[in-house]
Design a protein around this ligand. Structure first.
Ligand SMILES: [Zn+2]
Length: 289
């Protein structure tokens, strides 16, 4: 059982249904003002994601599966040592993957080589469920050593690995989505998981706001590390990266070649210096409208 992956058709059909549902909700009750026609952005983001999906299929998946085939009978890693029943092993694996991904996301922002590639994800001028799929294929390749470390340390099996892939995809599509949930619902949900308003703050052009809210599943990790910032109203946020403010600067060819060229000072607007963060006066853990 543990050596079997969840079927690919299940992953694809669940993700597609959730993507279409979010898309429908985004058109009915959008959270933020859009700067670019939605369909054109979505087409661009899906093109970027097709390259990174190909990179995952050709590198990460065969490598990780071969590694797990080798490690499984040898009982390497934290979870095989604990020998938990499946009902406990699965949530434990998701929890450990979620925390180690939090750490990786911090590194994506802090290490200059990684940031060059991750900035492509942030350079989207608007944010919706399609932004969740927009990762440069170079970021996927650079993530490989970290992913191998996660598999070895946690002791993932094909089952827990494939379950994490689906959970991760659903979670990032949800919190990148442009759906205006009722504020009270979202506040309740946000005590546990990352929600659209919370992650919108991470996609702000203001440096202090980007350098917060790094969690991608449970809100807990930002709370524990003191990186949780919820008190920025969505209308005060400009989505994207300060250095690239025009549609012309983020076309498909430009964002694909972006990591391979010298980066401009990304925190500075093309002519106006660095954008100031929102001067919040309420509690940083209070989600605003
Ligand atoms: Zn980020």
């Amino acid at each position: 059982m543990k050596s079997r992956r969840l079927p690919l058709w299940l992953a694809i059909s669940v993700s597609l249904c959730v993507f279409l549902l979010l898309n429908w909700l985004e058109r009915r009750q959008p959270l933020r003002k859009q700067t670019e026609p939605k369909l054109r952005r979505e087409a661009r983001n899906i093109a970027v994601s097709a390259l990174s999906a190909a990179a995952v299929q050709l590198t990460e998946i065969p490598l990780v599966l071969a590694l797990m085939r080798y490690l499984l009978p040898r009982r390497w890693g934290i979870l095989p040592h604990l020998a938990l029943p499946l009902w406990a092993e699965l949530p434990a694996a998701l929890l450990l993957m979620d925390y180690t991904y939090y750490l990786w996301h911090v590194l994506l922002h802090r290490v200059p080589l990684l940031w060059r590639f991750h900035v492509v994800h942030h350079a989207d001028l608007d944010m919706d469920a399609s932004t969740a799929l927009r990762f440069h294929f170079g970021e996927v390749l650079l993530t490989l050593p970290w992913r191998i470390g996660q598999v070895v340390l946690i002791g993932l099996t094909p089952l827990t690995y494939s379950a994490w892939q689906i959970a991760f995809l659903l979670s990032i599509m949800f919190h990148h989505s442009d759906v205006a949930l009722p504020l009270e619902w979202e506040r309740r949900l946000n005590r546990f998981i990352v929600t659209p308003r919370m992650h919108g703050i991470h996609h702000s052009i203001a440096r202090r706001e980007t350098n917060s809210n790094w969690s991608s599943g449970l809100t807990l990790w930002d709370w524990l590390h003191g990186t949780l910032r919820l008190n920025v109203p969505q209308r005060e946020i400009t989505i994207g990266v300060a250095a690239w403010r025009t549609l012309d600067s983020v076309t498909l060819p430009k964002i694909i070649e972006l990591p391979f060229k010298p980066l401009p000072p990304v925190w500075r607007l093309p002519e106006n210096g660095e954008p100031a963060p929102y001067a919040a006066d309420s509690s940083p853990h209070q989600l605003l409208t």
